[in-house]
Write a protein that binds this ligand. Structure first.
Ligand code: WTA
Length: 635
């Protein structure tokens, strides 16, 4: 019997047991029955978390786009694959069928081939949420090129760092992007980035805003005329199961962003299987994930997971507040959305607005509500459940990461009874463990610890691009034979998991992962700044906001503080992007440091959160006197 679609709680437990007792047999059956392969695998799984080396479906040959497109053509050729809902509701939505999408992907693939892009080459995609974005991902996959999507809210500096880290030879972008009432000069950002990227030979530019932009002769080309001329079919490159499919950068505790590498077969199987079950997708449903494709949520649950299931997936270009705070609900009503997947920060922002924005829309099509990216607090959970789901649509609080490729801990709607703020049970095949500080697993229930995973799942990332040592050190060295997530979690009396947040220096602001290092680096580049440290503090909409402690150089001391604050945030906007701006900036004379010179962020975090009754052990501090000063002047 197929275990592809789980419909009852007993079935979940039964399939879960099967998946952990004999993972190879389990995943082999799923892979065999639900995907098309050019050649079968020789071996389902080989792994060693020490090296670390993980291989799924080794020896198999396939192309993921044949699974996402070609195989649907006979039965679903005229079905809508992508609904494109533009930023401006007055502009007409597009319905792109599977046949049309196949053709668009083939044309784009041929354009890439025509520009010398070959299997294994890296292609940087820096596009707004327009159909060309999904098409570009799939076009790369069609020819075996590795896509590296950079979220189009990142600055030119952040873009250049990512382009150079993975040696992209071509960039796909647009003249600009629309976000609510604003339009953004994306091409200008790309031009600035490329001043520092000598390896980029071509820039393909999609037209969206019709803004006047500079086109560099020989390097920059308008995409549409090339697509119009290109041949509408393109033979798929046959890939090995473990060939890289894409690189996606995520923030680390320290240092530069990490280019997480996902490979082809395992990623396909797991993103598709989780999509089917976590959203209980059935034929003719309309599914909408509000994430940007610049993040992993968009890769797995706007593009690959839905398309591998022949689903209709909605791409939304705009923002929840434009033209008013009812936009999400307007889109749900207009397209009769059945599954809606968003982030807690969006829910909290909308919950602040008048309830009329929700109530004037017919949301009766909704069957499943999803949440992702950060812990969902109880108030937001109830607001979502009461006002959007009308207590009729289960909420799936899905915990996962860029590194995991797919959803790891989650309820299955209509199957798993939900509890607010709990991601509940491990998904099929996932073996979580809670670890203590001495490296021991904490067994039993009603415990909390550091969240690890004991056994590989098909879509675990395989390495960090160009830095396998960092991959091992970050994820596999904290606990022997375990993948360490960087999150803390508790397991309650019935075995449900609740994610309590990061235990490292990654800060999640409005659902976006931000590492402290690149932000501090950009602050320190300001001529008046000597040193800085940033920490997160609780914020009622963003979840966390950033608090910066800044030491000025002597030359900066006489400067106007408000102006300095503005300049520092401007500096961050240019180096990282507006998402990393600081909410509070406190000028200090020193930072609390240990004798080995490490900043004690724990103390700074407590001061930023206004929680100074117990600062914990401060005996290893080199300079305890600055703590009092910082507390006295806290913002
Ligand atoms: C956090 C996003 C609590 C967590 C898919 C994780 C969550 C990080 C949840 C990964 C959730 C994600 N509950 N925390 N449901 N989902 N997180 O790589 O800290 O952008 O480690 O992947 O977001 O963020 P990333």
């Amino acid at each position: 019997m197929s275990n592809y679609h789980i419909k009852h709680l007993e079935e979940y437990y039964q399939v879960y047991r099967k998946s952990v007792r004999n993972p190879e047999a389990f995943w082999e059956e799923i892979a065999e029955e639900h995907f098309v392969w050019r050649k079968r695998w020789d071996n389902v799984l080989s792994w060693d978390f020490k090296k670390p080396e993980i291989k799924w479906f080794e020896g198999a040959k396939l192309n993921i786009t044949e699974n996402c497109l070609d195989r649907h053509l006979p039965t679903r050729g005229d079905k809508t694959a992508i609904i494109f809902e533009p930023n401006d509701p007055k502009e007409e939505a597009l319905h792109i069928t599977y046949r049309e999408l196949h053709e668009r992907v083939c044309r784009m693939a041929n354009v890439l081939l025509g520009h010398g892009v070959k299997k294994g080459d890296r292609v940087c995609i820096y596009l707004p949420m327009i159909p060309e974005l999904s098409v570009a991902l799939l076009a790369c996959a069609r020819i075996g090129a590795i896509h590296s999507v950079v979220f189009a809210g990142f600055s030119s500096h952040a873009l250049a760092t990512r382009i150079n880290d993975s040696d992209c030879k071509i960039v796909i972008t647009s003249d600009g992007s629309f976000r609510g009432s604003k339009s953004i000069d994306l091409k200008g950002i790309v031009d600035k980035a490329l001043e520092g990227c000598p390896g980029v030979a071509n820039v393909l530019v999609a037209k969206r805003t019709n803004a006047k932009i500079d086109m560099l002769k020989g390097r920059d080309k308008w995409l549409q005329p090339l697509l119009d001329e290109a041949y509408a079919d393109c033979v798929a490159e046959i890939m090995d199961a473990e060939d890289p499919l894409f690189i996606l950068y995520t923030s680390g505790s320290t240092g530069t962003p990490k280019g997480m590498v996902h490979t082809t077969a395992g990623y396909m199987v797991y993103s598709a299987y989780t999509f089917k079950n976590v959203f209980q997708y059935t034929e003719n449903d309309v599914y909408w994930c509000t994430a940007d494709i610049g993040w992993i949520t968009g890769h797995s649950y706007i593009v690959y997971g839905p398309l591998a299931n022949g689903a209709t997936t909605l791409m939304f270009e705009g923002v929840p507040s434009y033209p008013d705070y009812g936009r999400f609900w307007d889109v749900v009503e207009k397209h009769k959305v059945n599954q809606f997947y968003t982030a807690p920060t969006a829910i909290r922002a909308l919950a602040k607005e008048n309830l009329d924005y929700v109530e004037k829309h017919d949301l009766s099509s909704l069957k499943v509500l999803g949440s992702v990216g950060e812990p969902i607090n109880e108030e937001a959970w109830h607001w979502y459940n009461n006002n959007v789901g009308k207590k009729n649509s289960p909420i799936v609080d899905t915990w996962w990461q860029t590194e995991t490729g797919g959803i790891m801990i989650t309820p299955i709607p209509y199957v798993t009874p939900t509890t607010p703020t709990y991601a509940t049970l491990p998904f099929i095949g996932i073996q979580p463990a809670l670890m203590d500080e001495n490296g021991q697993e904490i067994k039993g229930n009603q415990v909390d610890g550091r969240l690890c995973i004991k056994f590989p799942w098909p879509s675990i990332s395989r390495t960090i691009w160009g830095n396998h040592d960092r991959y091992r050190d970050t994820y596999f060295s904290a606990y022997e034979n375990m993948y360490f997530t960087g999150d803390g979690a508790l397991r309650d009396a019935v075995g449900y998991y609740r994610i309590t947040g990061r235990v490292d220096d990654v800060i999640i602001v409005s659902g976006h992962n931000l590492g402290t290092a690149p932000i501090e680096d950009s602050i320190n580049e300001h001529p008046a700044v000597a040193e800085s440290a940033i920490v997160g503090f609780p914020h009622d909409v963003k979840g966390n906001a950033l608090y910066g402690y800044v030491i000025l150089k002597e030359t900066g001391e006489s400067r106007d503080r408000e102006n300095l604050r503005k300049e520092i945030n401007q500096q961050i906007t240019e180096h990282v992007g507006p998402i990393a701006k600081l909410d509070k900036i406190q000028f200090v004379s020193g930072l609390p440091k240990t004798r080995s010179g490490k900043i004690m962020r724990r103390i700074l975090r407590k001061i930023a959160s206004n929680d100074t009754s117990n600062l914990g052990d401060t005996s290893t501090l080199l300079n305890p006197e600055v703590v009092q000063e910082i507390m006295d002047n806290a913002l």
